[in-house]
Design a protein around this ligand. Structure first.
Ligand SMILES: Nc1nc2c(ncn2[C@@H]2O[C@H](COP(=O)(O)OP(=O)(O)OP(=O)(O)O)[C@@H](O)[C@H]2O)c(=O)[nH]1
Ligand SMILES: [Mg+2]
Length: 444
């Protein structure tokens, strides 16, 4: 049943001043009235009422009850929120009372799922609710908030409408060629509109690449030959002595990790074993791990010892990281610089790393993402679907370039349209929905 009365604790299960118990479902105001002393049965929507919850004549708690009638509620159905005292025991008592009286415990994310099923929010907005709950920094929460307000949804709706307009136009042209007041779409016009649409999609896909960095952090790997000061740099960035630092080349043999936040930009930093040819088996494993990490990193910090001439290993690493998103870090600048190479100069030992911090901020101006882009895809599912839509358009464009007539490219346009629709959860498959909403907490 999709409108039976469900209940859950919406606040966290810790001792607090108040807890909020959420109830949603058909006639849930009358349901709560049956064990509440305040009068809510005939009261207007969006009002607060003081009273006691009672079980078999016995007072359970002194509470405030908010009621929400009609369909303009979070779930799109009648709702009640009971604000009770926030002790863990008393909160459980109130929850248990609702269950004893006949409500059902809500599944994870079931309130948000109902909001989606009742058309209050679309799938992208539901995902944004989840993003907001799990946001770890300000930029991520700003993005999520935009998502909840439907910024990406509006953009996707527009795409969907443009596609369906094209499709119906072609279909009408095919089925009713005698309909003269409907524009006859030539391949030329269709091609132009498809290219325009694909451009729009690709721009969003490109802009959205950085969203993952905002949400999950920038995976950063520090590499360099032994003894150049990689671990010293990690420690300076983390402002703690996390990795062992010695003057013995080959000190770090496994990877050491740490997270920092620079003005809201999260870096997940990995310090690695210095890369060199080695006969030592343990060190060799570390070296091969370091190489593997370079390929997966969003940012590579290539550390060189600036107080000495470059060696063969340095040059190999410069070449190896050439195609990566790299910052060349010239360390030990306190000892005077011997190498002439473009890069940021630091002294890890003396914690003089401001030039590097500034460069990282310049490379990842993530705050701008949230401010400048109103429409961003916020997860892999949305990205994949829009990418598929763009691919389908690509195939339509290629066909038209080969002078295939509009009525034969309509299939590709349908494919693009259905992918775009799915971003908002229209025609979404039931199992996907269950999977998605399970990731919410109870009470959301
Ligand atoms: N003068 C000076 N010495 C530094 C600086 N950074 C690191 N060192 C010294 O260089 C030596 C090696 O530093 P580590 O941080 O262990 O170097 P590493 O690159 O992690 O070395 P491996 O783990 O062996 O690959 C230590 O004696 C540090 O004190 C610096 O900025 N200036
Ligand atoms: Mg080290």
């Amino acid at each position: 049943m999709e409108n039976d009365i469900i209940v859950a604790v919406a606040t966290s299960r810790l001792e607090a001043a108040i807890s909020v118990i959420r109830v949603s479902g058909k006639d849930c105001i009358d349901f709560v009235q049956s064990f509440f002393t305040g009068k809510i049965a005939n009261k207007a929507s969006h009002t607060l009422t003081y009273g006691f919850l009672k079980d078999a004549g016995q007072k359970v708690d002194e509470v405030m009850v908010s009621i929400y009638r009609g369909t303009k509620t979070f779930t799109g159905e009648e709702m009640v929120e009971i604000s009770c005292h926030g002790g863990v025991f008393i909160t459980n008592q109130v929850l248990q009372l609702c269950l004893n009286k006949g409500a059902r415990m809500a599944d994870r994310g079931e309130f948000t799922k109902r909001a989606f099923l009742n058309g209050r929010i679309d799938l992208a907005q539901s995902e944004a609710v989840l993003d907001l709950i799990t946001a770890k920094n300000e930029i991520a929460s700003q993005l999520a908030l935009k998502g909840i307000q439907g910024s990406i949804s509006t953009f996707i709706n527009d795409l969907e409408e443009e596609l369906i307009a094209l499709i119906t136009n072609i279909e009408v042209n095919i089925d009713y060629p005698e309909y003269l007041d409907i524009e006859q779409l030539t391949t030329e016009v269709l091609l132009e509109r498809s290219v325009g649409l694909k451009l729009k999609m690709d721009r969003i896909l490109e802009d959205s690449k950085n969203v993952k960095l905002v949400k999950d952090g920038i995976s950063t790997v520090i590499i360099g030959k032994p003894n150049v000061g990689k671990s010293s740099l990690l420690n300076a960035l983390l402002k703690e002595d996390k990795a062992i630092v010695t003057d013995i080349a080959g000190t770090t043999r496994d990877i050491v990790e740490g997270d920092i936040s620079i003005d809201g930009i999260m870096l997940n930093i990995i310090d690695t074993a210095g890369i060199r040819e080695t006969d030592n088996m343990i060190e060799a494993i570390g070296v091969s791990k370091s190489r593997g990490l370079i390929d997966q990193a969003d940012l590579v910090l290539l550390v060189l010892d600036g107080s000495k001439d470059l060696e063969k290993e340095d040059n190999e690493l410069i070449e190896l990281t050439d195609k990566t998103n790299r910052i060349v870090v010239i360390n030990k600048s306190d000892q005077g610089l011997k190498i002439e190479l473009e890069g940021v100069k630091i002294s890890a030992k003396n914690q003089e790393i401001h030039e590097l911090i500034a460069e990282i901020k310049k490379l990842f101006d993530l705050g701008m993402i949230a401010k400048n882009s109103d429409h961003l895809l916020t997860n892999v599912r949305q990205n994949q679907l829009l990418y598929q839509a763009s691919q389908a358009l690509d195939s339509a464009i290629e066909a038209m370039n080969n002078l295939i007539p509009p009525d034969l490219v309509v299939e590709d346009l349908y494919e693009a349209w259905s992918c775009v629709k799915e971003i908002l959860g229209q025609e979404a498959k039931e199992d996907l929905l269950d999977e998605l909403f399970k990731r919410f907490c109870i009470g959301k």
